[in-house]
Design a protein. Structure first.
Length: 360
């Protein structure tokens, strides 16, 4: 038992309590939802849009590997005492849980930036890049690199991070880890908010009805659910500095550290799933529904126009969750696109309306 190291349990503590089942069920549910979202995303791209997979697709798939590792860490941690009160966990079990936590933090600081980079590359594919997006890219990469370096140098030697309870005099940690955890989480939430706000000014300048602008903005703002999961994670992390019952408290931290990236993956995939949703409705209810969702709501008026230029971006269908043919004027970065073969291609659709004047 590790009770001598961590003191005596508070009165009223149920030492027989075990939350492994709750922990495993929570992370398993979140993982399955995230995996399904990515599977549907690739299905929509391959079978419905019939387009090549882009960089944002592959990066979101890479983030699933990190989520998988986090999911496995939670399950394995439960075998050594994660979800139990620390006073009933053998000391070697506590050491194992802390060692798993070390790997878990590394998975987290690499997985979350991958999700953010996927979202930013999706923005790039739709809108092109601007200074705000490049700033978000820099902050995201900087967050990943700085957190990784800080975590590897926090204790000397690195192994003291998980052996400090078994061998308190082995070496030392350079700085207190709890402020690092909170600062890490706060930086992640900040970049989340910035990335959510980046496309709003761009969408608001597009030539479409206000209701459509609100629809598109609301889709992008769904990433706010990931921010809320981050805040809940921060809340549970604050208990780590207040209680010695680390194996019990870390159960909640592990849960929300898995739920947050899973929610982020789902939110990142939602804008790409509307074509699949529309295609499914067409199959179930006929083409009339598809036409309604696809183009009729936004046809520009012919009144007062002799020539109308309608520009439709290759991936604009995803932006509107799937578009309706709207009259759109993209910025200069989208007017000419460099193709993979090195040629500049411009996609333009013209509709000519001939007017006949009758002289009286």
């Amino acid at each position: 038992m590790s009770s001598n190291i961590f003191g005596q349990p508070p009165s009223g503590t149920d030492l027989a309590a075990d939350r492994r089942g709750v922990n495993n069920a929570a992370v398993t549910s979140a993982y399955i939802i995230a995996a399904c979202a990515i599977g549907l995303r690739f299905l929509a791209r391959a079978r419905v849009q019939r387009s090549a997979f882009a960089a944002d697709d592959w990066i979101i798939l890479a983030s699933l590997l990190g989520v998988t590792a986090s999911f496995a860490s939670t399950i394995i941690g439960g075998q050594y005492g994660l979800g139990k009160h620390v006073w009933v966990v053998p000391l070697h079990g506590v050491v194992k849980v802390i060692r798993i936590l070390f790997a878990y933090v590394l998975f987290y600081v690499w997985t979350v930036p991958l999700i953010k980079l996927s979202v930013l590359l999706f923005y790039r594919r739709i809108f092109g890049m601007n200074k705000a997006m490049w700033t978000c890219v820099g902050l995201t990469i900087g967050y990943c690199v700085s957190c990784t370096i800080a975590f590897f140098v926090c204790c000397r030697p690195v192994s003291y991070y998980w052996t400090q309870y078994a061998d308190p005099d082995g070496e030392k940690c350079v700085f207190n880890m709890y402020p690092f955890y909170l600062g890490n989480a706060a930086a992640s939430v900040t970049t989340d908010v910035l990335i959510l706000l980046v496309p709003i000014p761009i969408v608001w300048k597009l030539h479409m009805r206000t209701t459509q602008k609100l629809l598109v903005c609301s889709i992008f703002m769904l990433g706010g659910f990931a921010c809320m999961a981050s805040l809940v994670r921060i809340y549970y992390m604050t208990f780590l500095s207040k209680s010695a019952n680390i194996t019990w408290i870390m159960g909640d931290v592990f849960i929300w550290s898995s739920v947050e990236p899973c929610v982020g993956i789902v939110c990142a995939c939602l804008p790409t799933l509307q074509p699949l949703f529309r295609h499914t409705l067409q199959q179930l209810f006929g083409s009339r529904v598809g036409r309604y969702l696809g183009s009729s709501a936004n046809k520009p008026s012919d009144k007062g126009r002799s020539k109308t230029s309608v520009r439709k971006s290759r991936d604009w269908d995803e932006t509107l969750l799937a578009t309706q043919s709207v009259q759109v004027e993209m910025d200069e970065s989208r007017r000419g696109r460099m193709s993979e073969e090195g040629k500049i291609t411009v996609e333009t659709h013209f509709r000519l309306v001939e007017e006949t004047r009758h002289d009286r």
